[in-house]
Write a protein that binds this ligand. Sequence first.
Ligand code: AMP
Length: 111
Amino acid sequence: MMCLFCEIVAKNIPSKIIQEDKDFLCFEDINQVAKIHLLIIPKQHIESFELIPSDVMANMTNFIHKLTKKLFINKTGYRLVTNIGDDGGQEVAHIHFHLLSGEKLKQIYKR
Ligand code: AMP
């Protein structure tokens, strides 16, 4: 059985695709918590950041840089978050980076 995000990659489950190439996909999060809330995933099923090979991570970085330029947020800023495992609050076991932007985000790691 395919995981939820593999189903999205296969287009068996619809999503609002923002950017796609042969290895990566960016689509809108279904539950928007910021003015811009996207998910970036490798098409390959990799469970979490713990298991991502560094070359895939490097290519994903290039994919994200292209995306942030396209959205004109490369200068104004954004936040990338990846939740890992139970304690990290990961709900979908296919690595994904949340990209949050489009507004001044609340600082959640600072007092
Ligand atoms: P996480 O808690 O980090 O594993 O994040 C999983 C994210 O997937 C959540 O922010 C959900 O809103 C999002 N999500 C769940 N189902 C879908 C879907 N069908 N399309 C887009 N985003 C989804």
